[in-house]
Ligand binder design. Structure first.
Ligand code: DSN
Length: 444
């Protein structure tokens, strides 16, 4: 254990126990929440570095505090790498995470009351895309487009055009949190150009897949702005990136600071620079393609075993399983059942869900984190089998317990980057069954 961790374990055992417990949970289980990932050891190092100590309001070469030699260097690196990776003319790397990142874009271009056309939440959109419970939903006038469940979740762009002509939005926003299909960015641009609207793409979920050239890049199709978080498919720190054409630089930078934020988290900016450097390496493209392939196999295997997936499959890294239709249980029971076997997913609304968000009709699953751990198609088949088995037998506690032991021993064969067993084992883990296997794992 390094000296900082030793100091924490000695001086605050309660917090240390929570961190070490989480490390152990991550090692023993598998993370299938599509927006989560396992980051790089180098990101842990930068996030826990002395850059945490520094205030750096402003931008490189234009700061409000002294002592910026190294913060400037690291932020310039992040900007240059982000522009190269995403073929952007400008990058702002200071947003603290996804929500402030999107707010900054709205405030850069819109006035309160302006109209935005964005995807409906239950059809796959995100809270920050103007859901009525969000502050943004109160400040701006969000109109929602929807998908067609009867047509594999396709978006009817002619209907969207009619909506745009009726409401004259100032911005058209595409981006999703639970939409398992790809987008046709040319069609969004066609609608936006027809009504003179700005185009914004929030690609937080698929930023890494775009970086790895496994999915289309909206900026290549003339979009004005693209946002992405750093911690999903990009595998980096909690952070937000705003990428745009050069003409929007001033508005965006002013909206982030001083408009919305104070001092940027320079430790996260450094960690983001590292992440972007890694995403520029050829191996990252291999990772991105594997994420897509794993998701497709997981989806196909679930469906071949009788699961009903929203939109009938996936074209990206995620899928939404209708647990109510497939097993007669809501998403909360499904999430809790899979937790019991150390498979982590999240409950999820399905389009026009008759059930409420805390007890919705489905769950959402994805492949990015499992792929980071080195899992491939064969492992996806096993996971599909376990998921179906657990959900079908969700009342059989004995069976679930035996499955958990199998699954934990399976997961331990795939290391979590930056988490070593000796460190994680230093605190009392939530579960200890993997150390005492009860049933043989015939599946290897
Ligand atoms: N919470 C993230 C997701 O799961 O999609 C986005 O904010």
């Amino acid at each position: 254990m390094d000296s900082n961790r030793q100091a924490l374990a000695r001086n605050d055992p309660a917090v240390w126990a929570a961190i070490a417990g989480e490390e152990e949970r991550e090692r023993r289980g598998i993370e299938l929440i599509p927006s989560e990932n396992y980051t790089y050891p180098e990101v842990f190092a930068a996030n826990g570095s002395v850059l945490t100590n520094k205030y750096a309001e402003g931008y490189p070469g234009r700061r409000y505090y002294g002592g910026q030699e190294f913060t400037d260097a690291v932020e310039r690196l992040a900007i240059e790498r982000a522009c190269r990776l995403f073929r952007a003319e400008h990058a702002n790397v200071q947003a603290l995470s996804g929500s402030p990142m999107n707010q900054a874009v709205y405030f850069a271009f819109l006035d309160p009351g302006d109209t935005v056309l964005a995807m409906d939440l239950s059809h796959g959109g995100h809270l920050t895309h103007g859901a009525p419970v969000s502050h943004m939903g109160r400040v701006f006038n969000f109109i929602r487009y929807r998908t067609d469940p009867a047509n594999e979740g396709a978006i009817d762009f002619d209907a969207m055009l009619a909506q745009a002509r009726e409401h004259r939005p100032k911005m058209i926003l595409c981006g999703y949190s639970s939409y398992p299909r790809d987008y046709d960015y040319r069609e969004f641009k066609r609608v936006a150009d027809d009504v003179g609207a700005l185009t914004m793409a929030d690609v937080s979920h698929i930023g890494g897949l775009i970086a790895g050239n496994a999915m289309a890049n909206p900026l290549d199709h003339g979009f004005d702005v693209m946002t992405t978080t750093g911690h999903k498919t990009l595998r980096g720190p909690r952070s937000g990136l705003i990428l745009s054409r050069a003409e929007h630089r001033r508005k965006i930078d002013k909206a982030v600071f001083p408009g919305l934020q104070g001092g940027p988290h320079m430790n996260a900016v450094a960690a983001l620079a590292i992440t972007l450097g890694k995403a520029l390496e050829p191996e990252f493209a291999v990772y991105a393609r594997q994420v897509l392939s794993n998701a497709k196999v997981l989806a196909d295997e679930l469906m071949s075993r009788g699961a009903e997936l929203v939109t009938g499959g996936t074209e990206n890294h995620m899928m939404v399983l209708d647990t109510q239709a497939s097993f007669g249980i809501d998403g909360r029971i499904a999430e809790e059942t899979l937790d019991k076997v150390s498979i982590t997913v999240n409950k999820q609304l399905i389009p026009d869900d008759p059930l409420p968000p805390l007890r919705p009709s489905g769950i959402r699953l994805g492949s990015p984190a499992a792929t980071t751990r080195g899992m491939e198609e064969a492992e996806m088949k096993l996971l599909a089998e376990w998921i179906m088995d657990a959900l079908r037998r969700h009342r059989d506690e004995e069976r679930l317990d035996a499955m958990r032991q199998d699954i934990e021993r399976f997961c331990l064969r795939f290391p979590v980057p930056g988490v070593t067993p000796s460190d994680a084992g230093a605190a009392s883990p939530r579960r200890s069954s993997a150390a005492r296997p009860r049933t043989p794992d015939a599946r290897g």
